[in-house]
Design a protein around this ligand. Structure first.
Ligand code: ADP
Ligand code: ASP
Ligand code: MG
Length: 451
């Protein structure tokens, strides 16, 4: 018997009708002879609504209480889903994150999973039931408190359960047909990718493609979980996210379990990202992602002497902020001063500004500038490793569209640029076209508000 973990996102369980539809889907998977564990998100945009509510009560909600509030969203959907399944004559049991053994560290709002002890989930399966687990939440043993795993964290719940239960495949059900070459809400001509490596998916997720949460992709990569991202609104084949270290047989087995229909070695020439026996080289570009959640801090007038960058970034590191791109200007010979700019999540902006300001005289810089009107675009593809012309093509496409580039950074399989926030969607479309990624048909977005 195969074990399938399915995750249903908020847009798939937005109302009572949707919950009944999803329940039917789960029951069909069970009737096909599989053991089924489901991780479920809060209904529709209810997490955002709970957050809004908290902020109406206080501008800075206490982190512990915020987690208490937000985890209620997933408890509602897990219970309704279990009821719906039971009403269809199948046994189902819902579990909160802590009942399902999702043990995390103590960091409210951004907790990391440190252990998964799904004894009660396993028992439920052994008794023939379908197990429904509330996504996005865990429990810290030290504090005895409930935690959340970060926005989008139900994906991580599903992957962690799949790893702990040694599932054959982890299916991520959402409101689009799979992973596309760009967000189909912004680029209607984006096309669905049949298969993508977890390495490339990690870069896309890290750079704003919220279809999968970055930590879920990291977890899947570390624990060798094969993902199948697909729509809960149809039976279409979605996107397989595979680990490069996995054998073709392992991937093929996961795909067979998931649908029994996806042709593993098909060679559709119209799909450049497909991995097939006939593919000699990696495709050049897997996809393009954008991110509007970052800001830029410029430290102006830094003495250009050894140790200053170390000093600044040690101060920044103390805040725990994840800095991304860094650019240091050539110093003006007359002054011996330079400017250093870096990007970071907007949510960390104020803390970092305050911390740096406190050390201003120690470091000896002149001033700080804060810019939260930036947009980041990242072009991702394993094939870039061996291709020299990618940057030139990217910069040319942006130049021809009249879009100014403010910062650039590269890794082996990614090129990122920072532009003005209000030009980033245009940048996405022109770059998508320039790299030949436009498909023949418009992508379908089945539901969701894109919030
Ligand atoms: P869920 O509620 O199912 O977790 P999310 O809203 O978190 O769904 O993620 C799905 C959304 O991700 C899609 O509706 C789409 O707008 C967005 N998205 C961004 N980049 C991509 C991409 N490359 N491929 C597919 N969807 C993407
Ligand atoms: N409900 C949570 C959120 O909206 C977790 C999730 O949906 O993955 O972020
Ligand atoms: Mg999501």
């Amino acid at each position: 018997m195969s074990l399938i973990v399915q995750k249903y996102g908020g847009s798939s369980v937005a109302d009572a009708e949707s919950i009944k539809r999803v329940a039917k889907r789960i029951v069909e998977t069970r009737k096909a002879g599989n053991e089924v564990v489901v991780a479920v998100s809060a209904m529709g945009d209810s997490t955002d609504e709970l957050l809004d509510l908290a902020h109406q009560v206080t501008p800075i909600p206490a982190p512990r209480e915020l987690d208490m509030l937000l985890t209620a969203g997933e408890r509602i959907s897990m219970a309704l889903l279990a009821m719906a399944i039971k009403s269809m004559g199948h046994d189902a049991r819902s579990f909160t994150g802590s009942q399902a053994g999702m043990i995390t560290d103590a960091r409210h709002g951004q907790a990391r999973i440190v252990d998964v002890t799904p004894g009660r989930v396993r028992d439920a399966l052994d008794e023939g039931a379908i197990a429904i687990v509330a996504g996005f939440q865990g429990f810290n043993r030290g504090t005895g408190d409930i935690t959340t795993l970060g926005r989008g964290g139900s994906d991580t719940t599903a992957v962690a359960l799949a790893a702990a239960l040694d599932a054959d495949v982890c299916e991520i059900y959402t409101d689009v047909d799979g992973i596309y070459t760009a967000d189909p809400r912004v680029v209607p001509r984006a096309h669905k990718i049949d298969r993508i490596s977890s390495e490339e998916m990690l870069e896309l997720a890290a750079n704003g493609a919220k279809v999968l949460y970055i930590r879920a992709v990291e977890y899947a990569r570390r624990h060798g979980v094969t993902l199948h991202v697909r729509s809960s609104f149809n039976n279409n084949e979605g996107t397989i996210v595979y680990n490069e270290s996995a054998t073709e047989e392992t991937i093929a087995a996961a795909v067979r379990t998931s649908t029994g229909t996806i042709p593993v070695q098909s060679s559709d020439p119209s799909n450049p990202t497909q991995k097939s026996e006939t593919t000699v080289e990696e495709p050049l570009i897997a996809g393009v992602a954008t991110d509007l959640s970052e800001a830029k801090i410029t430290v102006v007038g830094v003495p250009d002497i050894p140790g200053k960058a170390a000093q600044i970034f040690n101060i920044v590191a103390k805040t725990g902020a994840n800095i991304d791109m860094i650019v240091q200007n050539v110093s003006a010979a007359s002054t011996g001063l330079t400017d250093i700019s870096f990007t970071l999540p907007k949510s960390d902006g104020q803390t970092v500004l305050t911390t740096l300001t406190a050390e201003q005289s120690e470091v000896g810089f002149a001033s700080l500038q804060y810019d939260d009107q930036i947009g980041k675009l990242a072009l991702v593809g394993a094939g870039m490793r061996t291709n020299a012309g990618v940057s030139a093509k990217l910069f040319t496409a942006l130049y021809e569209a009249g879009i100014n580039i403010e910062m650039i950074s590269t890794s082996e399989i990614r090129i990122s640029v920072v532009t003005r926030a209000d030009t980033v969607n245009d940048a996405l479309r022109v770059v998508h076209t320039a790299f030949g990624l436009d498909g023949d048909e418009e992508a379908v977005v089945h539901a969701g508000t894109g919030r």
